[in-house]
Design a protein around this ligand. Structure first.
Ligand SMILES: NC(=O)c1ccc[n+]([C@@H]2O[C@H](COP(=O)([O-])OP(=O)(O)OC[C@H]3O[C@@H](n4cnc5c(N)ncnc54)[C@H](OP(=O)(O)O)[C@@H]3O)[C@@H](O)[C@H]2O)c1
Length: 353
C-alpha cells in the first residue's frame, strides 16, 4: 500500500492559511494526517479541513514529529526561526515567507515555470515566491520560453489582503467610515475621516491609491519592488534581467493586478503571443476590449489562473508587448502555489515508498 504523507500547515489561522485549508479540501486528497499549527493564541481553536474539524496546535518542536511536509504561512521572522527546526526534524518545508527566497541553497519554485528546481533542496526548504511576482510569472514564463525575455517594466495595483488579515480589516473599517459620504472632494478630508490608525498602510487606502508596498530598501525603492525584481530573475534563471517595478496599493480586497511592459530578444507578434497565452497551463487569455472583455479583480478573485488581457505590441518597439494581468494573491499568489509545490514533493515521497 502506498504511504500517504503527513502534512503540517503552519499559520493555518491566517489570510493565506485560511485559503490553504479551502484548497486542501478541494484538491485530490493525497495526504494522511493534516496537522494545523499557529501561535499559542490560537491553540485549541477548531478549523475545518477536508470536511473535518481539526484542533489547532501551538507551534513547537514536537508539533513536527512524524511530519513529511510542512507548509509555512507565517511572518518572515517566525519562518526564519522555525523552518530550519522543522527541516532538521525531517520535514520538507515549503515556505511562503520571504525568509529564504534569495538563499542560493533554497529553490524558488513556480510549478508551471521551473518545477525541476523543487527536486534540489540542500536545506530541506523550498520557497514560494512573493504574491506580486506570482501574479504575473506564469504568463511571463510562457512568453519567455518562446521569445526570450530581455527587459521588464511593471506597475502593480495590489490588494489589501497582501498585507494579511490586518490589511483586510483596515480597508473594511475605512470603507465603512467613508461610505455614503461626500468625502473625496477636498484635500485631507478622507484622512480626517479615517483617523490616525491606517492599519498596515502608511496612508488611508479607502478612496485612495498608495504608491508604497513593503519597507524602505536602498535608494528609494521599496522592499516589494526589490522582491519582484530579484525573484523574477531567480525563477527565470536570468540573473541580469533589466527590471523596473513600481508597487501601488489600491482599495481591492483580494487579487493583485499588474501592467507589464515586456521586451524580448526579437520581434514579437500579438497573434503569436495570444496563441501562447491561450494555451499556457495556468493562464486564461481574456482579451476582447471591443466586447468589454478584460480581467478585473472583481471577477478574478477566488479563481486559480493568471488572467491576461489588453495584449498589445508596443507602439514604438516591435520587440515589446504590453499586458494587463490579474491573479488572486491568496490563491496562485500564495496558497495555491504552495500547495502545488507540496504536491510535487509528496509525489516524490509516494514514489519512493
Ligand atoms: N497575504 C498574501 O497575499 C501573501 C502572499 C504571499 C505570501 N504571503 C506570506 O505568507 C505569510 C503569511 O501571511 P498572511 O497574509 O497569511 O498573514 P496573517 O494573516 O497575518 O497570518 C499570520 C499567521 O501566522 C501565525 N503566526 C504569527 N505569529 C506566529 C508565531 N509566533 N508562532 C506561530 N504562528 C504565528 C498566525 O497565527 P495566529 O492566528 O495564532 O496569530 C497566523 O496563522 C507571510 O510570510 C506573508 O508574507 C502572504
Amino acid at each position: 500500500m502506498t504511504r500517504r504523507p503527513t502534512l503540517a500547515v503552519v499559520g493555518a489561522t491566517g489570510a493565506v492559511g485560511t485559503v490553504m485549508l479551502q484548497i486542501l479540501s478541494q484538491h485530490a486528497d493525497i495526504w494522511g494526517e493534516i496537522r494545523l499549527i499557529a501561535s499559542p493564541r490560537s491553540a485549541g481553536r477548531k478549523l475545518a479541513v477536508r470536511g473535518v474539524e481539526v484542533e489547532v496546535a501551538a507551534l513547537s518542536e514536537e508539533a513536527f514529529d512524524g511530519v513529511d511536509i510542512a507548509m509555512f504561512d507565517v511572518p518572515d521572522e517566525v519562518a526564519a526561526q522555525w523552518a530550519p527546526i522543522a527541516a532538521a526534524k525531517g520535514a520538507v518545508v515549503v515556505d511562503n515567507s520571504a525568509a529564504f527566497r534569495m538563499d542560493p541553497e533554497v529553490p524558488l519554485v513556480v510549478p508551471e515555470v521551473n518545477p525541476h528546481a523543487a527536486r534540489v533542496r540542500p536545506r530541506g526548504i523550498v520557497s514560494n515566491p512573493n504574491c506580486t511576482t506570482l501574479s504575473m510569472i506564469v504568463a511571463l514564463g510562457a512568453l519567455h520560453a518562446e521569445f526570450g525575455l530581455r527587459e521588464l517594466v511593471v506597475s502593480s495595483y495590489q490588494a489589501v489582503s497582501g498585507a494579511g488579515r490586518a490589511g483586510v480589516d483596515a480597508l473594511r473599517r475605512q470603507t465603512s467610515l467613508v461610505a455614503g459620504t461626500e468625502l473625496g472632494n477636498n484635500p485631507g478630508d478622507v484622512r480626517r475621516a479615517v483617523g490616525d490608525d491606517t492599519g498596515p498602510f502608511p496612508e488611508p487606502v479607502a478612496l485612495n491609491v498608495v504608491p508604497w508596498v513593503g519597507s524602505l530598501a536602498e535608494d528609494g525603492w521599496s522592499s516589494e519592488e526589490m522582491k519582484v525584481r530579484d525573484e523574477t530573475r531567480k525563477i527565470l534563471g536570468l540573473p541580469r534581467l533589466k527590471v523596473a517595478v513600481t508597487c501601488v496599493r489600491v482599495p481591492v480586497v483580494t487579487t493583485h493586478s499588474l501592467t507589464v511592459h515586456a521586451r524580448f530578444q526579437d520581434e514579437v507578434t500579438v497573434d503569436r503571443a495570444r496563441e501562447i497565452l491561450a494555451t499556457a497551463p495556468g493562464v486564461v487569455l481574456f482579451d476582447d476590449p471591443a466586447a468589454g472583455e478584460f480581467p478585473t479583480p472583481a471577477d478574478v478573485v477566488g479563481t486559480d489562473p493568471t488572467w491576461v488581457g489588453r495584449v498589445r505590441r508596443a507602439l514604438d518597439d516591435a520587440t515589446a508587448l504590453e499586458l494587463f494581468v490579474c491573479g488572486d494573491n491568496l490563491r496562485k499568489g500564495a496558497a495555491l502555489n504552495t500547495a502545488q509545490i507540496a504536491e510535487l514533493v509528496a509525489a516524490e515521497i509516494i514514489r519512493a515508498s
